[in-house]
Design a binder for this molecule. Structure first.
Ligand SMILES: Nc1ncnc2c1ncn2[C@@H]1O[C@H](COP(=O)(O)OP(=O)(O)OP(=O)(O)O)[C@@H](O)[C@H]1O
Ligand SMILES: [Mg+2]
Length: 311
């Protein structure tokens, strides 16, 4: 658990973070979202002591983070940022290996870990390991930044818009990869994003900030079903709230095992939002469904999109 208690940070004339109290559960993916300048990055940087608060306290696993030096603290906290911050004169391999090297891992283990992470982030290891950051595209640099954050398998991962420079396809596959890593490893992840769909898809707990304070926090569906005020309603996109709600439920929860339909099947792990798009583009009212192994699983009926909100 990360416990942020009544933390404030003031820069010149404005409160970047204003009396923030927030508990970040262990093993959960918490998303910080909000307008530009609302204090998200400042909050993240206070957790790994890149910025020191003016007042209040932050505890990690029960201990005040000021009890450790920032350098020691950061070995246990992975940090990936949009502007990447790779060391320009170090190769991709050296960049990713930064923390494992500090922790004095044996060379063979470091090399293995770098290979594993590059493959995980869809960068063929032999092509990329010896390159320098300037020889990579922005999206590739960003992925190396994420690999570096994951390298020493830290308990806590702070990610500040880590997928901002990626095309939608790569972004989608890395979002799925992050969700998978999180489920498998049970890591505590704090992710900052501007993208409400990314927040709804990945966040187990979402915190919406404005002017250094929390406006609303809770599960993804609570933002769509019970927005606290007009600011929240506007932020989640009032007119698209219904479609976004469909994005939180999978086809598996509505498929009828004995029903039949013709055409190209959709997978049961698609969201109802993706299914809606298929209904409309194919001009049909039922879709055949296969499970994750590609086996026939029944059909999804258009009228069942409106069923109870099981997930
Ligand atoms: N080093 C700094 N010096 C002065 N002001 C700063 C500094 N860092 C942040 N601020 C100010 O603090 C406020 C919060 O900044 P922060 O970077 O936390 O916002 P953010 O929510 O991450 O925004 P964005 O979505 O644009 O990244 C802003 O008004 C910003 O201008
Ligand atoms: Mg920011």
């Amino acid at each position: 658990m990360i416990e942020i208690s009544n933390v404030s940070k003031r820069f010149q004339h404005s409160n970047a973070v204003d009396g923030l109290t927030l508990q970040i559960a262990t093993g959960e993916l918490t998303v910080l979202i909000g307008t530009s300048g609302s204090g998200k990055s400042t909050t993240l940087k206070m957790i790994n002591r890149l910025i020191e608060p003016d007042s209040g306290s932050i505890r990690l696993a029960g201990a005040d983070i000021r009890q450790q030096s920032p350098e020691v603290l950061r070995r246990h906290i992975g940090y990936a940022i949009q502007s990447v911050g790779l060391f320009p004169h170090w190769t991709v391999e050296q960049n990713i290996a930064a923390v494992p090297a500090l922790l004095k891992w044996p060379a063979a283990r470091i090399r293995e870990r770098v290979t594993e992470l590059l493959e995980l982030l869809h960068l063929p290891a032999e092509t990329f390991r010896q390159r320098y950051p300037h020889q990579l595209s922005g999206g590739q640099q960003q992925r190396v930044g994420v690999a570096r954050a994951l390298a020493a398998d830290p308990e806590v991962l702070l990610m500040d818009e880590p997928f901002g420079a990626l095309d939608p396809v790569t972004r989608g596959s890395l979002q799925q990869e992050l969700a998978r890593i999180q489920k498998l490893s049970g890591k505590t992840i704090v992710l900052v994003t501007h993208d409400i769909d990314e927040a709804l898809q990945l966040g187990q707990h979402i915190v919406l900030m404005d002017k250094g304070r929390i406006v609303q926090q809770g599960k993804p569906e609570s933002f769509l079903l019970q927005p606290a005020n007009d600011f929240v309603r506007d932020f989640v996109g009032q007119s698209d709230a219904g479609v976004r709600l469909l994005g939180l439920t999978t086809v598996a929860s509505r498929v009828q095992a004995t029903a039949r339909a013709d055409g190209e099947p959709i997978r049961s792990d698609c969201t109802l939002r993706e299914a809606l798009s298929q209904f409309v583009s194919r001009q049909v009212d039922r879709l055949p469904v296969v499970n994750e192994q590609g086996q026939h699983a029944g059909a999804l009926l258009f009228c069942d999109l409106l069923g109870g909100r099981a997930s």
